[in-house]
Design a protein around this ligand. Structure first.
Ligand SMILES: [Zn+2]
Ligand SMILES: [Zn+2]
Ligand SMILES: [Zn+2]
Length: 300
């Protein structure tokens, strides 16, 4: 994993060259040894841009009851950098990740696996304000074969750190809990209202009535109702694709509605493209941990 990761840094580093200098001064060298070695390390205060933190006191690492409980900023649609006030919309997290690599030399490993990016960032922003980065992150050197001036060091925040692993697990469980609650609510909801994408018939009642109709009468099957979550949003997304004259299966665009309809019927394209990752979030199975998921899929 480490080599793969180092490769990523190399690429980001290439892109980052010539941009604004990092906040951290060159003089601040990272010493090996992690927390203990860093406990008395003076100078980080200034190096971290004057952010105050306790110098020598290492408190026991403890997770708050609810890592996502920073509810004051819960409603805000953007995420803030762990080290400065740079922020970016949740939907553009890559921009912020790139910013942290270039400006602060921090790489977060396997960020795609983090269930809730915003809460994850909120948690670590708070912790990084309390303790030096080196307490949490090993330092990875790149270009170690190259002359000294071409070498670079990066912090790695990853789940090898028990606190990070615990946070990731809690976020995962929290998201699963939320999604199961949503699914439960949809399962018993009798006020669902939707229109069939193929014959424009209106359906009111439980979502399964419409899904079953589309499966039975139009051979359009997106899965068992109970395996689906946020069904309304899912159907709206599919409807939007059809409205923009796109085939749901091959995703080609057609010139008018009738041509598209004929195409989907004749080619048996009345199904969704299973490779389209956009749909993943509508299936409960994708919220289970990878182990559980594989077990469910019969791979374990
Ligand atoms: Zn920043
Ligand atoms: Zn219909
Ligand atoms: Zn098609």
């Amino acid at each position: 994993m480490l080599t793969e990761w180092a490769g990523q840094v190399g690429r980001e580093d290439e892109r980052g060259r010539g941009l604004v200098a990092p906040h951290w001064s060159k003089e601040w060298e990272w010493k090996p040894g992690g927390m203990a070695a860093q406990a008395g390390g003076g100078g980080e205060g200034e190096a971290r841009g004057g952010k105050e933190h306790k110098d020598c006191i290492l408190e026991p690492l403890s997770l708050p009851e609810n890592p996502g409980g920073i509810s004051a900023v819960e409603g805000s649609p953007s995420v803030t950098c762990l080290f400065c006030e740079e922020c970016s919309p949740v939907s553009e997290q890559n921009q912020l990740l790139k910013h942290m690599i270039i400006e602060h030399k921090l790489v977060i490993a396997d960020i795609k696996l983090v269930a809730d990016f915003k809460r994850y960032m909120q948690y670590w922003k708070k912790r990084f304000a309390e303790q030096p980065t080196t307490d949490f992150c090993p330092v990875i050197k790149t270009n170690s074969e190259a002359p000294l001036e071409d070498q670079d060091s990066y912090f790695l925040l990853c789940d090898a750190l028990p606190e990070d692993r615990e946070l990731r697990e809690k976020l995962q469980q929290q998201r699963l809990r939320e999604i199961l609650e949503q699914q439960q609510q949809e399962r018993y909801d009798k006020d669902f209202h939707g229109i069939c994408m193929f014959c424009d018939k209106e359906y009111t009642g439980n979502r399964s009535i419409l899904l079953n109709h589309m499966a039975k009468d139009h051979a359009f099957n997106i899965g068992l109702p109970d395996n689906i979550v946020n069904c309304k949003e899912f159907l709206d997304l599919l409807q939007k694709k059809l409205d923009s004259l796109q085939c749901l299966y091959c995703e080609k665009i057609f010139r008018d509605k009738n041509t598209l309809k004929d195409h989907m019927r004749k080619k048996q394209h009345r199904r969704i493209n299973a490779k389209n990752r956009e749909y993943d979030r509508f299936y409960i199975i994708n919220y289970l941990g990878s182990k559980e998921r594989r077990r469910k899929a019969g791979h374990l």
